[in-house]
Design a protein around this ligand. Structure first.
Ligand SMILES: [Zn+2]
Length: 318
């Protein structure tokens, strides 16, 4: 299927490409229900005009957007929050208890992302991060819910990728907006065996046991589909979920095997181990892309995930 910036899904949901780095890397979602709207995930600050253009295209009044809902405060998910909140006068920001202060004062987020990506790439990929007025922030604890017209959205604390991560259960679609908890699954890697899903261990809070617990918790809700930020709607998630749980264990084994030796070369060892592992798993899954094409599809994540595994190994040391 040809690439679409805006892709209509069932259940009043539109998938929006955030235009981060390359097409089909990161998505956010517009949910419409009886005249009320929510934006789930925001992309980066550079995504804000793309979201606003969709509202204009659909003739949606900016005052109809009731909620802005980033699953966690990593900037591919929450970087656009400040800009969106400025443009959407009636919106309330719904956020994990551990994420709220970073939305009100994003200076630490900016510094953290700059440390991971470098200043030049930060400017290019993320643009900026704008603070949100504290009075417009509502903290969502585990089990809390809100109504979008008559449609209930329920929030689940899902640590493991990050401690400031929640997922949003939408019983109307029998779906869950999973952020990064249910890993990554790119359209270019779907085969007759289904989606190829892999864990994401972005720095600096990856923690395998809580992550597996969170994935199991999502699966226990018996969802029929997941809405992934990276990338799009995934149907029948039970089997991909089981595979994902196994891959979290494999990541841990692989990281532990790469750990001994010179600290200076650790990142490179993790990257090459992860590349070999993921390319092998992709082949087993029936992906026929060339090595270069696989590198183009997964290279960005292999680098980020290796950085995250390195931080996890180092934090674990006594
Ligand atoms: Zn992400």
């Amino acid at each position: 299927m040809t690439f679409q910036v805006y892709h209509s899904l069932p259940f009043g949901i539109t998938r929006i490409d955030t235009a981060m780095v390359h097409e089909e890397l990161a998505a956010c979602y517009l949910m419409e229900e009886a005249g009320e709207c929510a934006i789930i995930e925001t992309g980066t600050h550079n995504t804000v005009p793309i979201i606003l253009a969709l509202l204009d295209e659909k003739g949606i009044d900016r005052g109809a957007v009731k909620y802005v809902i980033p699953t966690h405060v990593h900037l591919d998910h929450a970087g656009g929050v400040g800009g969106l909140m400025q443009a959407l006068p009636q919106a309330t920001l719904l956020i994990h208890p551990r994420g709220a202060r970073h939305m009100i004062d994003p200076s630490k987020l900016k510094a953290g992302a700059t440390a991971v990506y470098g200043e030049e790439q930060f400017a290019e990929v993320y643009g900026d991060v704008i603070p949100v007025d504290e009075g417009r922030v509502r903290i969502m604890e585990d089990g809390d819910s809100v109504m979008l017209a008559q449609r209930e959205l329920v929030f689940y604390d899902t640590p493991g990728h990050a401690r400031h991560h929640f997922c949003v259960h939408d019983p109307a679609s029998k779906g869950i907006f999973t952020g990064d908890t249910f890993g990554l699954s790119y359209p270019s890697l779907v085969t007759e065996n289904g989606p190829f899903t892999l864990p994401t261990t972005t720095p600096v809070q990856f923690d395998p046991e809580p992550l597996k617990h969170s994935i199991r918790r999502l699966l226990a809700l018996k969802p029929e589909r997941m809405f992934l930020t990276h990338y799009g709607m995934l149907e029948d998630p039970q089997e991909p979920g089981e595979r994902l749980l196994g891959m979290v264990d494999d990541y841990v084994t692989l990281a532990e095997q790469a750990a001994p030796g010179e600290a200076a070369g650790l990142l490179e060892r993790l990257e090459s181990a992860l590349q070999e592992y993921l390319f092998g798993r992709a082949r087993d899954h029936g992906v026929t892309l060339s090595k270069d094409e696989l590198q183009a599809a997964l290279g960005f994540d292999i680098n980020l995930n290796s950085q995250g595994l390195k931080v996890w190994l180092q934090q674990r040391q006594p």
